[in-house]
Design a protein around this ligand. Structure first.
Ligand code: ZN
Ligand code: ZN
Length: 312
């Protein structure tokens, strides 16, 4: 990778990201991305217990029953960096009570609701995270790398950061943390593997990353070696990349490299985003040859069959 990144182009679209992404969401609805139904699991959902979400758990549950999504994992954010928004935002006790009470309210309607968490992983907080997860058992734990206010990928920093750097240098800080998350052994699943591509648009486009699949190899190897599951996260379909995190090609490559554990989540933060793009994510998993998802409901891992005939 000797190519240096050129000076940042003039962004094609200078509207706020939220506005552009809302338009993408509406276009996706029109093309059927909102119509997921009869699927066994959505393993990544946020409620009002996350600082960046406004959805009520019962709203998701009602939609899940209507649409035949059999099982949900509620995975609100927990942060360990005091500068991050979910730091101290919701207590473990409040989160657990919300989810367990909802689980009993909805059980007789055939819906299973699990108590999960999405922890922001940072290597410098690994020991603290390890201790906390031990003291606070969840049914299911996602470890994700997020973009903090001081991150080089944050709007305002990213144009300067990419200038003069190769693609490998651009993604390195993000992927090094992902590798740390996988190797930590702390998490069932690594969330939205290449979420950084949302922040790189328009300086680096998803097609640029797709043309450099070798950049993913060390990341995928860390997942395969550690046994952490790969999440196929559908939220990228309503965000600037307009593709899942990671793309279908990377899911397939993970399998070729010996990866055996995938999970799937819509990562909804609003009720209307529930299960958006979920069927597409199932298609990617099925297309890569996965016949089951790897999930956990407390205790040992469990396999959740992918309805292959429905999604392919
Ligand atoms: Zn996340
Ligand atoms: Zn999330």
């Amino acid at each position: 990778m000797s190519r240096r990144h050129p000076a940042p182009p003039e962004p094609a679209d200078t509207r706020p990201r939220a506005e552009v992404e809302h338009e993408a969401f509406l276009a996706g609805l029109a093309s059927g991305l909102g119509g997921a139904h009869d699927l066994p699991l959505d393993a990544h959902l946020h409620t009002v217990r996350s600082p960046d979400a406004d959805a009520q758990l019962d709203g998701y549950a009602a939609l899940a029953v209507q649409r035949g999504i059999a099982e949900l994992a509620i995975t609100d954010h927990v942060d360990f960096d005091p500068a991050m928004p979910a730091y101290g935002f919701a207590s473990f006790a409040d989160r657990e009570r919300d989810v367990r009470e909802a689980a009993s309210r909805w059980a007789d309607r055939g819906l299973a609701i699990r108590f999960g968490v999405e922890v922001t992983y940072e290597r410098r907080h690994e020991d603290e995270i390890r201790g906390w997860l031990r003291r606070h058992p969840h049914d299911y734990a996602i470890g994700s790398v997020h973009i903090s206010a001081v991150s080089p990928y944050k709007a305002g920093n990213v144009a300067t950061f990419v200038h003069g750097r190769s693609l490998a240098e651009i993604v390195a800080p993000y992927f090094e943390e992902i590798i740390g998350a996988a190797r930590s052994g702390l998490f069932d699943t690594i969330g939205h593997l290449d979420f950084v591509k949302r922040y790189l648009v328009p300086h680096v486009m998803p097609a640029d990353l797709a043309a450099a699949p070798e950049l993913y190899e060390p990341v995928l190897a860390a997942l395969v070696e550690s046994g952490a599951a790969l999440e196929v996260n559908a939220s990228g379909l309503r965000q600037l990349p307009l593709e899942t995190y990671p793309s279908a090609a990377i899911v397939a490559r993970y399998r070729e490299l010996g990866g055996r554990h995938v999970t799937i989540g819509s990562d909804a933060h609003r009720t209307e985003w529930f299960a958006y793009g979920l069927e597409e994510a199932y298609r990617h998993a099925a297309g890569a040859g996965f016949e089951a998802l790897t999930f956990r409901r407390g205790g040992e891992r469990v396999a959740v069959a992918v309805p292959i005939r429905r999604v392919t």
